[in-house]
Structure formats: C-alpha cells, structure tokens
Design a protein around this ligand. Structure first.
Ligand code: CO
Length: 326
C-alpha cells in the first residue's frame, strides 16, 4: 500500500503491549522483533509481489532476496522461511515450479530453510516469503540511533522501480537491465555481516518507499536530518534515460506525495531528482548511518566481502525538515 493510507490503517489498530515485543518501540520497524531470551529475539518479516521480471526463476530469486532483507537490515540471521504464492489456474505449472526453485535457491544461499508455504488461485501470480530470523536484541541495528556527524552509506544502486516499469512496457529487454536484475538478486547478507562486525549507528533497507521514504523514516526515528548528495547516488545503468522517457512506476507518485513535505529544500528539486529519490525499490540495499571513525573499518569489512557501497551524505542536526538534498 501507499505510505499515507497504510499509516492511517495502522494507527487505528489495537496495540499489543507485551514488553518483549521490541519492534513496537522502534518507529517504522519493517520486521517484527520479539524477545525470547535476554540475548535472543525472533525477527519476522513478510513480503510478496507481482513479477518484476519475465524470467520465473529470476523473479523467485528476487522475491526471496527482498523478503530476507528485513532480517539483514537489523543484523539478524534468517533461519526459516515460508513460501507465499498465488497463481492463475490456466498458467503452466512449470512456471510456478521455477519461481519456487528460484526462491529456494536464495533461501539456501542465506543458510536458512523453507519450512512450508501456502498457495492460492489468483488472477495474477504473486510470490514472496514470510521469513523468521534470529538476532541478539542487545546488538541489533534499527532506524533509531543515527547521530549528527555520521556518514550515510548505501550498498546497492537505485532505479529498480523505473527499470522494472520500462521492462513491463517493453521499452528495454531483460538483458539491457541485467545489472539491476543481478543487484535485486543479491542478498544483503554480506553487507549486514560487515555492518555487524564494525558496528553502525542505524540501518534500514531501501525498498518500496524509495530512498526518500526510508531516509525520512530513519531521520524521524533518530530525530536528525539526513543530508543527501544527489550526485553521489549510485544508479543502475539506464535509470536516468528511462526516467526521462516517463517510465515512472505508480508507487513513485505516492511516495513523493507523502514524503516530499519532509524535505527542507523541496522547492529546489527538479523532476529527475524527484523521480529517482521517490523510486520504489525491490530488494534494494542497506542504508546505514556510520560514525566517521568507523568508516575505515566498514570500508575494509565491505571490501573483504566484495560488497559495493557508496557514501551518499551525512547526518545533521534536525532542521526545518527531516531531509535535505544537495
Ligand atoms: Co525493510
């Protein structure tokens, strides 16, 4: 759902006040976090969506990498996953098998197991997983904790929403957006391990609300302003060109409507900047706030694991807005 309507629904629901439900006190927590011992908590997350690419196996892999990502964003380790699939009766069953194979492949790579699942008949295919992981709640990383002076690090390029929209309209081929497909398929595991080895102030994964939304959430949760440098944002090849062609996914406009008021200098932004900032990401990277004296350690830990990363801005004191784009 779009961020506005979703927030309106969530705020009307009854709250569970179990003190072990740790995610309740974390603003914008994507995963449910439930403490079962002082040093152990369950991390649970679920996500599913319609195909973003044509190849069924690649779609399965991407959906699984995306579903596992919320576990990695808090520094957790995925343990079990349940498949969620809806599938049209008239489609070849072989397609469903390939989707599930792609998902299983990534779950295996994550060191987790598929413990079961559920399928329903539906007009269009949808696939994703409910994932359960473990984390030490004393060391988990959340949206809370970004501090003035921290640097902002992003571990995957942006543009998957725009490129998937171009693919759907037949403007590009799967081969032409190969890098984005590889990026969406990549687990955030290595980035998460590097993060936990070094210790960072805050982290979230960049998914449906775009960099704009997820950065705004981190800023609000941490009571700071995130200053992003637009020219430093990494983009998958073709993103600018496809955005200029107007291949903007529907979610982009909703993200913009909801989060743009949080940008202090929103009047200065041009259409291209807005299209990229608000672009909903599938299986996006981790956005981390890291103290400057830990940056060198993070760089070493990332390079050792062959994780790409970009420094895209810094954390400032709260200003007139939660975000500033330079
Ligand atoms: Co997330």
């Amino acid at each position: 759902m779009a961020p506005g309507p979703l927030a309106q629904v969530l705020c009307q629901l009854p709250q569970f006040d179990d003190p072990d439900l740790l995610s309740r006190s974390i603003p914008f927590a994507d995963a449910g976090i439930y403490r079962i011992a002082d040093d152990l908590a369950l991390v649970q997350s679920v996500d599913f969506f319609t195909p973003v690419v044509n190849d069924p196996t690649a779609y399965g892999r991407i959906a699984a990498a995306n579903a596992l990502s919320d576990i990695y964003a808090v520094g957790g380790r995925p343990v079990t996953a349940l498949n969620l699939a809806s599938f049209p009766r008239q489609l070849e069953r072989e397609i469903l098998i390939r989707i599930l194979e792609g998902g299983a492949e990534k779950v295996r790579e994550a060191g987790a197991v598929i413990a079961g699942g559920h399928t329903v008949d539906d007009e269009e295919p949808k696939y994703g997983l409910a994932v359960t992981g473990l984390v030490d709640p004393r060391h988990m990383v959340t949206t809370v904790g970004a501090r003035h002076g921290d640097l902002l690090v992003l571990t995957k390029p942006l543009g998957t929403g725009i490129l998937a929209s171009a693919l759907k309209k037949g403007v590009v081929s799967e081969n032409e957006i190969r890098e984005a497909i590889e990026g969406m398929t990549r687990l955030n595991r290595a980035a998460s391990r590097a993060m936990m080895q070094v210790g960072v102030s805050a982290c979230t994964d960049v998914t449906g609300f775009g960099l704009l939304g997820h950065a705004a959430e981190m800023a609000e949760a941490s009571h700071v302003c995130l200053a992003l440098e637009f020219d430093k944002l990494p983009l998958y090849p073709g993103t600018r060109e496809m955005a200029a062609e107007g291949l903007i996914p529907g979610g982009s406009r909703k993200n913009r409507q909801y989060y743009l008021p949080r940008v202090a200098n929103r009047e200065e932004l041009n259409a291209e900047q807005l299209d990229i900032l608000a672009d909903p990401q599938t299986s996006g990277g981790l956005l981390m706030a890291v103290a400057p004296d830990r940056l060198r350690g993070l760089k070493t830990a990332m390079e050792k694991r062959q994780v790409n990363f970009w420094i895209i801005g810094c954390v400032e004191k709260p200003q007139t807005g939660l975000l500033r784009i330079d």
